[in-house]
Design a protein. Structure first.
Length: 140
């Protein structure tokens, strides 16, 4: 059975009510993956992918780089959305790494709630309709 970013986010929200540190950490992680998968799908709707400028890394870092450096073909509105998505995704990824790998560090419910709030914002931004593109200019 396939799932999508919305199901991951709903699960993250469910985990957030548990109160244990394990659930808090997992809610942060699941929320990040909801954002990552939604951003990856949203990126495919753009007229052209951005450039992979920035730090090296795997597919997560490359997506962040492309979102933060959108193509000029996207127009101002989409470029602004893309940069905002890339910036937020990077922050969310850093929190996910803290939650998943830095087990000696405290991860508070406040951090989790901030993660859920930012992911909710990012998902809404991705769900906003794309601006209509101007029809191509006729060739002389």
């Amino acid at each position: 059975m396939a799932i999508g970013s919305k199901e991951l986010f709903v699960f993250a929200q469910t985990l957030s009510g548990d109160g244990s540190e394990v659930a808090t950490r997992d809610a942060i992680s699941r929320a990040y993956y909801a954002a990552f998968h939604r951003c990856r799908a949203w990126e495919q709707s753009l007229p052209e992918l951005g450039s992979n400028e920035g730090p090296g890394g795997g597919s997560h870092q490359e997506l962040i780089n492309r979102l933060k450096h959108p193509s000029r073909k996207c127009g101002e509105i989409l470029r602004d959305r893309s940069r905002a998505n890339g910036t937020q995704l990077e922050v969310q990824r850093d929190r996910r790494q803290l939650a998943d790998y830095d087990l000696e560090e405290d991860v508070t419910p406040a951090v989790m709630h901030d993660q859920l709030s930012q992911v909710r914002q990012l998902l809404r931004r991705c769900d906003e309709p794309l601006p209509a593109t101007a029809p191509p200019k006729p060739r002389p």
